[in-house]
Design a protein around this ligand. Structure first.
Ligand SMILES: *[C@@H]1O[C@H](CO)[C@@H](O)[C@H](O)[C@H]1NC(C)=O
Ligand SMILES: *[C@@H]1O[C@H](CO)[C@@H](O)[C@H](O)[C@H]1NC(C)=O
Ligand SMILES: *[C@@H]1O[C@H](CO)[C@@H](O)[C@H](O)[C@H]1NC(C)=O
Length: 335
């Protein structure tokens, strides 16, 4: 009797513990430093940054071991021959088998000429507005951008003009270009700002993303566009996700930005990140919008942006990459 009662209490306690642990897993924000503390720390660091070759080499080695970005970042004929099963990284138990319809769409091998020297990874954060970072960004040897950002004249001073690789979320093809059912020309024309770079699409992450990605491929191919389509390799996305999860990033899915930073750390000799600032207030205590091209204030749900920023800042402090959060023209404007 006594034993049974004791057991009953124990299981209640166990259940409570599990609930608390789940809570911390789902809402890890509570284990993070407060936004204000992070901002203060960034200000304290100022524009001081020192490259750390040991750190750069270490992260390249770690990423090569876990994720092999050189070989695996895209789906290629080399890593995905006909019959290869690609498991979607954003779905539970769903796969695509490379067949004689998809195989011809793949690039032969990793098309990037490696190693890349100076890389700029440009996030779309509102922190870029009035940053004057455009010239800095354009001076990089390889510029990576997120999710087909606008590069029109009004933004050039802040974000630059050159693009070597730009990611495109399939949902943008559906929403902005009506799934390319009757707006293929609009799509192809608006892709011209990205010159002759690569469009990097997670075609095999979500079931609903495959069709729009293949349509985008054909729209570009049929118009003999100068852009080359690369499909993100779901295996790479998964291993990179695991890499950061082991370092305390608990988002259900990583943001595109952290994927690109990881890719750049694996492929480039020097990485600078721009436009990453997941906080609603800037270093000058002025409000910061979600994107440099809109006025929407940030929210924290799907992506664990502050967690990701803490990782980036850690890399910045140890000198493995540089995070720019202030104005680029001013000396020492905060990183
Ligand atoms: C350079 O990077 C290595 C590896 O991350 C780290 O152990 C070391 O402390 C860093 N050096 C400095 C000066 O931050
Ligand atoms: C593709 O494969 C199917 C079945 O394996 C075959 O019937 C078809 O002829 C092939 N198509 C081409 C274009 O090779
Ligand atoms: C492709 O690039 C060439 C040379 O830069 C340019 O003349 C041509 O207009 C471009 N084509 C498209 C479709 O953008």
């Amino acid at each position: 009797m006594l034993v049974r009662c004791y057991r009953g209490k124990l299981s209640v306690w166990a259940a409570m513990c599990v609930l608390v642990l789940c809570w911390f897993y789902v809402f890890p924000v509570y284990r993070l430093p407060r936004d204000k503390d992070i901002v203060e720390e960034v200000l304290k660091q100022g524009g001081v940054w020192q490259k750390n070759q040991t750190g750069i080499d270490l992260y390249r080695k770690l990423l090569t071991e876990c994720c092999d970005p050189r070989r695996m970042f895209a789906v290629t004929k080399e890593n995905s021959p006909t019959g290869k099963v690609l498991w979607y990284d954003g779905e539970f138990y769903h796969s695509h088998t490379v067949n004689n319809e998809t195989y011809p769409l793949l690039v032969k091998d990793n098309p990037l000429r490696l190693p890349l020297k100076k890389c700029a990874v440009v996030g779309n954060g509102g922190i870029l507005r009035h940053s004057q970072c455009g010239r800095d960004i354009d001076q990089a040897d390889f510029v990576l951008r997120c999710n087909l950002p606008p590069l029109s004249k009004e933004y050039v001073d802040d974000v630059g003009t050159r693009t070597h690789l730009v990611t495109a979320n399939p949902s943008i093809i559906e929403k902005r270009f009506q799934n390319l059912l009757w707006s293929r020309k609009v799509f192809v024309d608006s892709m011209k700002v990205y010159g002759s770079g690569y469009i990097y699409m997670p075609a095999f992450s979500m079931k609903t993303g495959t069709d729009p990605s293949l349509r985008a491929y054909h729209a570009l191919a049929d118009s003999s566009s100068n852009l080359t389509m690369l499909f993100a390799n779901p295996e790479f996305l998964r291993t990179v996700g695991r890499f950061w999860k082991a370092r305390g990033v608990h988002a259900r899915r990583l943001s595109t930005g952290l994927f690109l930073v990881s890719l750049a750390l694996g492929l480039c000799e020097e990485v600078t990140a721009y436009g990453f600032w997941p906080f609603s207030v800037g270093l000058d205590e002025q409000p910061v919008s979600h994107h440099y091209y809109d006025n929407i204030l940030p929210y924290t749900w799907f992506h664990a942006m502050p967690e990701e920023f803490v990782q980036l800042w850690h890399l910045h402090k140890s000198g493995a990459l540089r995070v720019r959060v202030g104005r680029c023209s001013a000396q020492g404007g905060g990183g």
